[in-house]
Design a binder for this molecule. Structure first.
Ligand code: FES
Ligand code: FES
Length: 162
């Protein structure tokens, strides 16, 4: 079967790849572009481990066809740290010990950033609802929620003093 030639932007870089028509964005990110920070947990839209941004919208990359990203903008966990500096969310996850494995964490970070992009001052309840689609199998959610709220406070402070 002939492959599709896709031109897109990934983490700000112009990117091209070849894919089969049925390949998911998740498969292309991991297997063709070597961006293995995005994880496959379920492959069916239930766990959030594969979360990425597509034109500024949070999506499960396991449910997006790779061909759909033609001409669009994809952001993955690899694009979150900038200029060698961790994003405040990443820093707060470390400080609050909000992770135990690397499997769910990238998805939580991408999803939390998507929340703070649209709601810089969320309540705890809003954070819990927003992250309800991200499953963690090995820790409690409390540290994750605290880390997100703390990062939100830091980002607000940064903006206020900018
Ligand atoms: S791998 Fe996509 S939602 Fe679980
Ligand atoms: S810390 Fe890995 S599944 Fe939650």
């Amino acid at each position: 079967m002939s492959k599709l030639h896709i031109t897109t932007t990934v983490n700000g870089d112009a990117t091209e790849f070849l894919c089969e028509t049925g390949m998911s964005l998740l498969d292309v990110l991991r297997d063709e572009l070597a961006l293995t920070g995005t994880k496959e947990g379920c492959g069916s839209g239930d766990c959030g481990a594969c979360s990425v941004m597509l034109d500024g919208e949070l999506v499960c990359s396991c449910l997006v066809l790779a061909a759909e990203v033609e001409g669009r903008r994809v952001e993955t966990i690899e694009g979150m740290a900038a200029d060698g500096e961790l994003h405040p969310l990443q820093q707060k996850f470390l400080e609050h010990a909000a992770l135990q494995c690397g499997f769910c964490t990238p998805g939580f970070l991408v999803a939390a950033k998507a929340l703070l992009d649209v709601n810089p001052d969320p309540t705890e309840t809003e954070v819990r609802y927003w992250l309800a689609g991200n499953l963690c199998r090995c820790t409690g959610y409390d540290k994750i929620i605290r880390a997100v709220l703390d990062a939100a406070a830091e980002l607000r402070q940064e903006r206020a003093s900018a």
